[in-house]
Design a protein around this ligand. Structure first.
Ligand code: ADP
Ligand code: MG
Length: 629
């Protein structure tokens, strides 16, 4: 029998499959089952109008494993293929998934991406050295057998099948040290794979399962029997009516699907119909997965089309700032051949993504409004993701996310939203004040907080590194600017106080100038404080980089990113120390220089910065103590 050659493109794809070093070979079964399911769909469609097609139509997919012959056979009662169709469909790459895969997998290195494509029928060559396809096209007389051992071509001969449908037999490769192909003859392994990838295919997938059973008439003798079993559950949980699903069912489905045994914080289950139609079953986890905050964590939802899982972790459908959401999106309108690369171009998916994002946002807003305690727990686990969402998207998502963010504040230890903060602002307060630090206790000890506190203004505590970067991106909340208590002039003084300070400044200009000179470029300015009431000195940052940003940036390996904040040394004129400085200025300039050095280092320490020369600092302190003895 003459061998026919594959078309050039097919040959390339086949070559890749045959020489595959890809480890996720198991997807071949998903591909065969989804083809069988498609063929059954076609027949069912024909049966709607054609009595002959409807006749004796029992939709079924059957899997048989023969351990002696080392074959795995997938049979369906679908429309089947005639001779031309066998040649046409199995000899060319008609579908976009494989074509795209081919264009991207130019070398073997790229084979790891196979699983991301609907690579189709040829994927069976990853596990089989030879494949036969026997098929009888619905309404035709003759059955045909297509046989191929790989890239050197295929043959077609007459077959004997007498019922419409297709039977695909894989002759498995010999086991090697690395790969145990015999695995795919094990009925439990097959069952697991069907459950994993094809559980919700809407036709029954049957297989004979070996079972151990008590022998009749005996008490402890067992015999092995085979029982025909339906492997798939066919009706997915998300396709069932919400009213009939118990919380337990939702939870155990979540646990088994996503391997997370913590109870989910929230379940979102809904269907959208009309122009855009899809069903979503989404979960907000109770706890972050162990690797959630590692840079590699990407998240993603499972995509289904017509009961077939087409992608296990589809990215970009749920946006990054909601990446904690896990779940399933099922839309009959999706193509099986969607790949990671085409995901974003798919108009249907784009629309679904927008709709899903809105639903999640609304669900969170509702949780915040109606179940405050639950929301706060959620926020403790995933709030950081929302904050990064605002920051990473350059503030573009601000409107969506700003009302979902919580802060601890100087008022009490409970969380406050920006809305609540602005609603309870004091008369005359325009800006939103914040202070940065490692934790609330440390922030509360910041000298810069004194004046704002004395005014009775509430201060938000920023304890996450991203907080300050985030509000810079936000710029404002409802026209209220964000103001750091340790940056710039807070403009809290009354007109009178301002005038007084202006006078003071004039009188003491020489001293302030001298202190600045002594600090020799370490500070951009020395000023009379606008922040302090009791503390003697503090540092504040000039416009631009703040202290906490400087600290965060200093952690980046790239030294070009180590921007420094402009530091201003603020001196409290109300403090007794001020007089000491003035005296030193009048009588002993050397002493003034020592004081300047000491005060500057002290202010650094309070701010949590390292000091340059601890020995020098401590020598001067000791000298001072000795002098006062
Ligand atoms: P795709 O399913 O994306 O079209 P495949 O490589 O999986 O690509 O299959 C190629 C074609 O072969 C299918 O489009 C279909 O026409 C045909 N085919 C494969 N398996 C079957 C089957 N079991 N019954 C009928 N036709 C099939
Ligand atoms: Mg297919």
């Amino acid at each position: 029998m003459a061998k026919k050659q594959f078309k050039a493109e097919s040959k390339k794809l086949l070559d890749l499959m045959i020489n595959s070093i890809y480890t996720n070979r198991e997807i071949f079964l998903r591909e065969l089952i989804s083809n069988a399911s498609d063929a059954l769909d076609k027949r069912r469609f024909l049966a709607l109008t054609d009595k002959k097609a409807a006749d004796s139509f029992v939709p079924e997919i059957k899997i048989e494993a023969d351990k002696t012959a080392r074959t795995l056979t997938v049979t369906d009662t679908g429309v089947g293929m005639n001779k031309e169709e066998l040649e046409e469909n199995l000899g060319t790459i008609a579908h976009s998934g494989s074509a795209r895969f081919l264009s991207e997998a130019k070398d073997k290195e790229n084979l790891n991406i196979i699983g991301q494509f609907g690579v189709g029928f040829y994927s069976a060559f990853m596990v089989a050295k030879k494949i036969t396809v026997e098929s009888l096209r619905l309404g035709e007389e003759k059955a045909w057998i297509w046989t191929s051992e790989g890239a050197d071509g295929y043959t077609i001969e007459e077959g004997s099948r007498d019922k419409a449908g297709t039977s695909i037999t894989l002759y498995l490769r010999e086991d090697t040290d690395d790969v145990n192909y015999s695995d795919y003859l094990d009925s439990f392994r097959i069952k697991t794979l069907v459950r994993k990838y094809s559980d919700y295919v809407r036709y029954p997938i049957h297989m004979d399962m070996e079972k151990s059973r008590l022998k009749e008439g005996t008490e402890n003798e067992y015999e092995t029997v085979t029982e025909n079993e339906t492997l798939n559950s066919m009706i997915p949980l998300w396709k069932r009516n919400r009213k009939d699903i118990t919380k337990d069912e939702y939870n155990s489905f979540y646990a088994s699907k996503f391997f997370d045994h913590a109870e989910p914080r929230k379940v979102l289950h809904y269907s959208v119909e009309g122009n855009l139609s899809y069903t979503a079953l989404l979960y907000i986890p109770g706890e972050p997965p162990f690797d959630y905050y590692s840079p590699d964590y990407e998240g993603g939802v499972q995509l289904y089309s017509k009961g077939v899982m087409i992608m296990e972790e589809a990215k970009n459908i749920v946006p990054d700032y909601f990446k904690f959401v896990r779940g399933i999106i099922d839309s009959d309108d999706l193509s099986l051949n969607i790949s990671r690369e085409t995901l974003q171009e798919d108009a249907q998916l784009k629309a679904i993504s927008q709709s899903v994002t809105k639903k999640i946002k609304n669900a969170l807003a509702e949780m915040l409004a109606k179940e405050r305690e639950t929301y706060e727990k959620f926020f403790r686990s995933f709030g950081l993701t929302l904050k990064y969402g605002i920051y990473n998207e350059y503030g573009m998502r601000k409107k969506d996310l700003e009302d979902l963010i919580l802060f601890v504040s100087s008022k009490d230890s409970s969380y406050v939203t920006l809305k609540e903060y602005t609603e309870r602002m004091k008369e005359g307060q325009k800006d939103i004040y914040y202070a940065c630090g490692e934790n609330a206790e440390k922030i509360e000890r910041l000298p810069q907080l004194e004046k704002v506190r004395a005014k009775g203004y509430e201060v938000l505590y920023f304890t996450d590194r991203v907080d300050e970067f985030m509000v810079r991106m936000m710029h404002d909340y409802q026209d209220h600017m964000f103001k750091s208590v340790s940056q710039g002039d807070l403009d809290l003084d009354s007109e009178e106080e301002k005038k007084e300070k202006e006078e003071l400044k004039k009188t003491h200009e020489g001293m302030l100038e001298e202190v600045k000179k002594a600090l020799d470029g370490k500070v951009v300015d020395v000023r009379l404080s606008t922040h302090l009431t009791n503390y003697p000195v503090c540092l504040s940052a000039s416009e631009g980089i703040s202290f906490d940003m400087e600290k965060t940036l200093s952690q980046i390996p790239d030294e070009n990113q180590h921007f420094k904040a402009g530091k201003i040394l603020e001196i409290n004129p109300e403090h007794a120390l001020f007089q000491a400085l003035n005296n030193a200025y009048e009588n002993d300039k050397d002493r003034l220089r020592d004081y300047a050095y000491l005060l500057y280092n002290q202010a650094l320490l309070i701010e949590g910065f390292p000091i340059d020369n601890a020995e020098e600092y401590s020598r001067l302190v000791c000298e001072l103590i000795a002098k006062s003895a």
